[in-house]
Structure formats: C-alpha cells, structure tokens
Design a protein around this ligand. Sequence first.
Ligand code: ADP
Ligand code: MG
Length: 476
Amino acid sequence: MEKSYESVWQNCLSIIKDNVSAQSFRTWFEPIKAIKFADNVLTIQVPSQFFYEWLEEHYIDLLKKTIKKELGASGRLEYNIVMENTYNNSKPYTVSVPTSNKKAVGNPSVAMPLDINTNGIRNPFIIPGLKKINVESQLNPNYSFENFIEGECNRLARSAGFAVSNKPGGTSFNPLFIYGGVGLGKTHLMHSIGIQIKNQFPNKTVLYVNAEKFMHQYIDSVRNNDTNDFIHFYQMIDVLLMDDVQWFAGKDKTQDIFFHIFNHLHQSGKQIVLSADKPPVEMQGMEQRLLSRFKWGLSADLQAPDLETRIAILQKKVYKDGIDFPKDVLEYLAYSITNNVRELEGALISLLAQSSLNKKAITLELAKSMIDKFVKNTAREVSIDFIQKIVSDYFQLPIELMKSKTRKREVVQARQIAMYFSKSLTKASLASIGAHCGGKDHATVLHACRTVNNLMETDKRFKIYIEEIEKKIAVV
Ligand code: ADP
Ligand code: MG
C-alpha cells in the first residue's frame, strides 16, 4: 500500500526529534510541511531559501539517515522552497537534495564523506593498494581563509596557518598547534589551511579529521583486524589536520597509535596541524612523549574576538548571503554576544529564521526578544564592550574616545564609570578591564572604582547618574 506523505513525514519527525535538541526541533523542523510522496520521493516544503540552506548545511546527514530508515536506500528527499517576496518572486520552486553537495575541495570525483559510502564499503582503509586520489579531504569549502576574518584575536594563528599553507612541511611550524575555547574558529582555520594547500598543491594528500573520529576509526580497525591498513592510510597523508586532540586524553592506545603516525609523518617532512581547547602545557591525561612533540613546532592561540572583529564577522556573513540587515541590529548582536563566534552566528541565523518565518522585519525589538531566549541558557554576562557602549551613549561621547588615552575630564569620568561597572558586573580581571578602557593598568582600574564609590557617597547628582546607567545596563 502506498504510504501517505503525512505519515511518512510524521515517522521521520519522530526519528529526528530523538536526534536534535528541542530548541532546534522547534526552529528547524516544526515549520516544515510535507506536501508530496511519490516514487519513494518525499517532498517537503520549507519557508525560505535560507531555511533550506541551513538544513542542508547542518542536518543533511540526519535527514539522509532518517529518509533511509523510513524509505529504504532508494528513498529520496526533495525540497520545495517558498521564495520570499523580497526577492520579487512569489512562486515556489523545487530543488532536489544534492546528495553530494558537500564536494571535497580539489577532489570532485569522491564526494561522499568517509563514513557514508554508497557501495556499503564502510571503511575505505581496507581497500588494498589505495590510490592517493581516493583520499577524500573532508574539507568544507565555506571554511576558507577568505571567510575567516582577521583580528587581533587570531593574528598569530592565522598567519602561521597561512605560512604553513604556502609551504606545507617546509616551515618550522610543524606541528602547528592551534588552541582556544569553543567556537573561536579552530576548526574553521584548520579547514582554511587544508583548502589553501589543496588549491596550491592539488597533488598533495590532505586529510582533515577530528580526533574523536580518528579514535573510533582506530577502535573499528582493531575490531576488524586491520589496524595495519589504518596506520598505513594515515602514514601516506601529506598534510594531516587533526582537530580537537584533547579527545586523546586518557586514551592510551589511541595516543600510542597517533604517536607512531605523528613520528612517521614528521620524519618524512609532512605537515601536521593540531588543534585543542587548551595549550599543550595544560593538557591532562596525555603521554609526555606526545605532549613534547606537540610543542616541537608553534603553538598559537585563538582568543575571543574584539568588538570590531565580531562586527566584521557578522557583516561578512550577512554580505555573503546578500541580506539587507539593519546596522543597529547587527551591532546589537555583536555587543551582546562576546565570547563565542558560533553563538554569534547562531544568533544571527535565528534572527533571520524568525524574521523570515513570521514575515517580520528585522528590528532591534525582535533582536532583543530573541537574544533573551537565545542566550539565556548560556548565562549571559554583560560585556565590557556593552558597558562602554551604554556609558558612552549616556554621556553622548563617542565610544572611541573612551577607549582612547585622552585625559579630557568628561571622558576620564565616563571611562571610570565604565571601569567601575565592568568590575562589578563582569568577571573580567582588572588588567583586562584596563586594557579595554584606554590601555590602562590594573592600578588605574582600582583607582577608578574607588573614585566612583567615593563620589557616589558625596555627590548626589553623580549617584543618580550611576543609578540611571545601571538601569540601562540591566534592562537589556
Ligand atoms: P571551534 O572549532 O574553535 O570550536 P569553529 O571553527 O567551529 O570553532 O567556529 C565556529 C563558527 O564561527 C564557525 O561557523 C566559523 O566559521 C565561525 N568563525 C570563527 N572564527 C571566525 C572568524 N575569525 N571569521 C569568520 N568566522 C569565524
Ligand atoms: Mg571545532
């Protein structure tokens, strides 16, 4: 009996629901409507082009697996995209899911990710005499250098990465060890290096792999009795990009295998790029001999981007997608989300989704209500940048002046107030507050806090200023 599209999609939804967070499910799956099911092809309607791209980028694996589960290997999914009126096009049109849309850079012949293989050959390492050309680089073309905004926060890591790309294995940056907190661009930068190398040296075998995946591949190889193939596979790579090596902590066997692969590659002059959430010296549960090798080359960190960089990142994103985005809203996002680029992008995306779904204009109001929901669970902390913005608005001073070294009286006082609030409302150190506020040292910040406290006790008008500013900071 032919199934109905409703029931097929319902079944898919129940699978999907178990695999994504409630928030994602609500945002990205509830708005989808199934509209057709014929010849084992399910057609779903999505509210916008943007929505479609988001699904493709983030949920394609899940969708593929779900469809396969529900409809078997021959099952297919098609999108029907409702084009927005802003694009002067009210007719919906349909696109099929490109099953191999994530083309490998420099290697278009093999487009399937390593772990999903059309022929049912799960592990490509077991193919004897594996030709170089068969190595799929696993690179995401969106994560290019071009799309990686440069700032003070990433200058060293970025330029080291760039140097490595121009001369893989030929610089003293081997390994290049990139470290930094979540969402700061480690993975992006590693892909950039791989893409750049592939562009310049198409014959080099580049492989990006996450340490966790490496570990599972290794475990599988033990189970399948082909650990030698596994090792040989990795030993023939010219440029190995190993992401998130903190995963190796406490995994002695995996570390051991990686140690041998590392040595082989390094001795043969191959380039190794590693990333982790902390520098080698702070890593726990790692063998000393491996850690010491991590320190052979260059360790470069990625820090939380400053305000200008955050704005530039958002602008780039908006520009790339050709979206008309109000400047004040963009700045508001950049002010509000300070220490994680992924969250910053997430907020932008949710805002776009909200506005396209509800056909509402992108306004500051919408952004505020969304940010509250979006950032709540990450315990939003007021940022120094944001405090500076509020204080400078309050006194109608350009924010650049507050950040400058000027000693003009009215600026000095505003700056002291910003320091005072930064101290009481953020977890930032005195030194970093000083650095944000005109490049002052920690003693100056301390002095500012005392001055503000004293003035509040002696000057009624001043006290009112402080209370009003405090309200403004708290409101947002
Ligand atoms: P990490 O691996 O450090 O957790 P990612 O590389 O996954 O972080 O970055 C998170 C998101 O932020 C990605 O979408 C990435 O493109 C984006 N991103 C991070 N840094 C930058 C940057 N400097 N310029 C542009 N996009 C960035
Ligand atoms: Mg990462």
